[in-house]
Write a new protein. Sequence first.
Length: 478
Amino acid sequence: MAGALPALAFPAPALWWWAWFALVPLLLLVRSAPTGRRAALTAWLGAVGFMVSVHHWLAPSLHVFVVVLAGLLALLWVPWGWLVWRLLHGAPPPGRALAAVLLVPSAWSLVETARSWEGLGGPWALLGASQWQVPPALVLASVGGVWLVGFLVVAVNTALAVLVAVPGARRPALAALAGTAVLVCATWAWAPRPAETGRTVRVAVVQPGVIDGPVARFDRGEELTRGLAGRGVDLVVWGESSVGFDLASRPDLAARLARLSSAVGADVLVNVDARRSDRPGIFKSSVLVGPDGPTGDRYDKMRLVPFGEYVPARPLLGWATSVGKAAKEDRRRGKEPVVMDSGGLRIGPLVCFESAFPDMSRHLAASGAQVVVVQSATSTFQKSWAPQQHATLGALRAAETWRPVVHATLTGVSAAYGPDGRPVGPPLGTDRSAAAVYEVPLASGTSPYVRFGNWVPVLSACALAAAGAVAALRRTRR
């Protein structure tokens, strides 16, 4: 239960302030364990609670397998729990308590980095992502990505735990809290900001709503897009799986999309979820269509949702298809990211789950994308926290890259964010079937995060390695 507390900091509750002390109960439980082994077990149990709570919306699809996956992922927190106990159990001296404020968040950062690997489920609910609506946190994200925000959140939690439970180390804890506040204020004051170009683009998002069947969905998307004629849009974006047929084998659909593009006066970016006619297998592909038909710009989704779009180690775990809604057939992967040119506007498409990966939007920004476009579909989890939580990831990706992010879905939540990560216009909720036009400002420049990458996890690993070396040297001398 203590491990589940941080889940309230994420949408839909979105209690961002809660994250800054939500880990304290778990830290105190781990610290009070009688042995290091028991501390590791306590951390594992807390991590199971965290993983289940932030992925609870998967239960209708995966059933009991959600708990199994949570238990496996929670093993990553076992070394973290031992480290917390090693640094904070008993009555640690001030120096050791101060080291905990650095090393505990360093270990947490490495755990989040490890679980961000696609094969382990991907970076859903990184602790720093809970701060998506806090302007100072967005500035921090532009410097060190979501990793820097999460590091500071855990550091504050650790300092608070020391303040509560270690009377002899309260001065170092207060100094750590003051230092964190100074760091945030200094970053807010002096960190570079995206340079506004003075240019805005009008991007339309088409959200058909909950509609069964690819034909009816296409028809509704066509109807909503036709209503955008005369509104001066520069790009029209449909959600993930908005086209259920390969356009090469259905020239009639390609022609209808071309007529829509001509009527609206802008290219239409659709997402095709179908078996390819030119190669074996099913792909999810972003396809740009202009007045003359498909332009040739195509991006095939590279990072697939475990169990939703493929089953890892299918010979071993294929039984998951019989207890839930796991993929009956694995989708095929794309090979590389693509930056598309639409009337002089360079757009970088991502498909659904991929917006959770900071490195993907970072690569697109470094490759010259002016706008990052996310095509998503969360209709399976329509009445859960998932749609809103997914949409808010666009704020972090925008702040990290200094590039606006447009998040277009089939059934909501659709939203847009400026290059500083702040919302542009109101979102389209899950109760809407509509098209919305967002006036998206463009920016230039390269953010520190795009330039330097994941330096926070790297320095975290170095700090832990240095601490381990010092401990080993002391033991050798003894």
